[in-house]
Ligand binder design. Structure first.
Ligand SMILES: NC(=O)c1ccc[n+]([C@@H]2O[C@H](COP(=O)([O-])OP(=O)(O)OC[C@H]3O[C@@H](n4cnc5c(N)ncnc54)[C@H](OP(=O)(O)O)[C@@H]3O)[C@@H](O)[C@H]2O)c1
Length: 250
């Protein structure tokens, strides 16, 4: 089967590409670096010709409010239009658990726009909602920096390793469209400030983490349950310690 992975050179995209190629599928790892650009349209029609399944695993180069909305809206519209023309029978995208609860944030408004365009496209689809990637912990720590300290909400988080995310994306690609959401999460729940403190400590990073209920998460206020789901998600197998011991992306 021909499968196109938009963002196929990224963290999740490259691992999903490997898994589907190992199963014998023809996989196009599409990105600006391989000559396919969903913003300009370059190479898109050629990449999608004859494809049955498209996975959108791209991310915006900028998280600034207007730039990120422009990215996901333009990319989504171009990709879905090209998918319709090519007769794609399953469009899959990766989004974030709690996106609908995080609408104070420009990033999550853009992800919700991406999801809306998919739901309204008429192409059979599956939207996968994932919790935070363990590989994103360094970025979360950086996002909370105020005067040399890391300020983070004590809301719950249930981080997942990128290998578990890629396993799930490959399974969804080989399954039928659900025309709705599939949720995935890591094996264990933490308080966000505790997890990042554990991560920084393990990495030998001396920055202090301050539990701050008012600290925003990429612009959004967090309730205890904003970043987690109770609706029976598929759980990853890799715990934080296993991930930390083997990850090159500390
Ligand atoms: N971080 C988290 O904790 C988390 C949690 C849940 C869901 N997600 C979602 O997971 C998705 C993938 O994230 P990731 O961390 O794997 O991304 P990533 O490593 O940052 O990779 C981004 C990919 O997007 C591609 N890209 C950028 N601009 C493009 C364009 N104009 N046309 C086509 N491709 C383009 C990049 O291509 P080049 O290499 O050529 O630049 C790269 O392959 C995102 O949509 C994100 O919202 C993230």
């Amino acid at each position: 089967m021909k499968i196109v992975i938009i963002g196929g050179t990224g963290l999740i995209g490259s691992k999903t590409t490997e898994r589907l190629r190992a199963k014998g599928h023809e996989v196009i790892a599409a990105s600006p670096n391989t000559g396919v650009n969903t913003i300009t349209g370059e190479g898109l029609a050629e990449a999608l010709a004859g494809a049955e399944v498209v996975l959108d695993l791209a991310n915006s180069p900028s998280f600034e409010d207007e730039a990120v909305m422009a990215f996901f809206e333009t990319s989504g519209r171009n990709l879905l239009a090209a998918g319709k023309t090519a007769g794609v029978r399953h469009h899959i995208a990766l989004s974030v658990v709690g996106t609908e609860r995080l609408q104070e944030s420009g990033y999550f408004r853009a992800k919700l726009m991406q999801e809306k365009l998919i739901r309204e496209s008429g192409i059979p689809y599956t939207i996968v909602h994932s919790t935070q990637f363990m590989e994103f912990l360094a970025g979360i720590a950086q996002s909370g920096m105020v005067d040399g300290k890391v300020h983070l909400s004590p809301a719950f988080v249930q981080p997942i390793a990128s290998d578990d995310v890629a396993d799930a994306m490959a399974d969804v690609a080989l399954g039928q469209p659900v025309n709705g959401l599939v949720e995935i999460a890591g094996p264990k729940r933490f308080r966000l400030n505790d997890l990042v403190a554990q991560y920084l400590n393990a990495a030998g990073d001396k920055r202090e983490v301050v539990a701050d209920p008012d600290a925003r998460y990429f612009g959004a206020y967090l309730e205890d349950g904003s970043l987690v789901t109770d609706s029976n998600p598929r759980l990853g197998r890799i715990n934080f310690e296993q991930w930390f011991a083997t990850s090159p992306r500390k």
